[in-house]
Unconditional design. Sequence first.
Length: 219
Amino acid sequence: MNRRRAARELALITFSQIKKTVKKTEEVDISEIIQKSIEILTGEAENNLNSAVKELVKIREFVQDYEFEHPDNVEKPYEKATVPVRIPMTSDMQGRIDEALNSADKTYSAIDMIRLASMGEIDAVKEYTVKIVTTFIENKDKIDNEIKEHSKGWDVERLVKIDRDILRIAITELLFFEDVPASVSIDEAVEIAKKYSEPESSKFINGILGQVAKPGKTP
């Protein structure tokens, strides 16, 4: 994970902790919130890892029970070893595997954050996170109006919170960060949506950001 990807994910957590009534950066200690966000990300990684382990244990138990209770093994002589059997890939099994993979994927974010810290790059991550958060707070109305304008009249506050915050981060970059190509802002937002939100959210977010980026990134 590069520094800016880490900063965007950190900003996503930070956004969730900032009260929507905040209008000025002076009203909130952004550095303190970002530090807390790192702690939240690390704690969430531990929870996700625990969830992944639990799902893998359930899958293992299912496989063992299925094999032991399969007719090929029930009918075999007692003294013979258990015979391997084919396992039907049911939707339940697929769901458990997907849950384990998803949990493991989220855990990598915390590991990457730790790796960046060990490489002395965590300050650069924090710096970019602060830039995203402060720019958004200072331009919240304009950014939210972009979301409203391009989301078919949806009330911004009624959007799924994580989708709204992903859009806010990306539009902050699209409108105010001239050194970030529009395609990068959009691609990063889509990837974060795939990782943290619902399956259909990435298409929704991609569509809105594509509309926002059409006129060009002008403040």
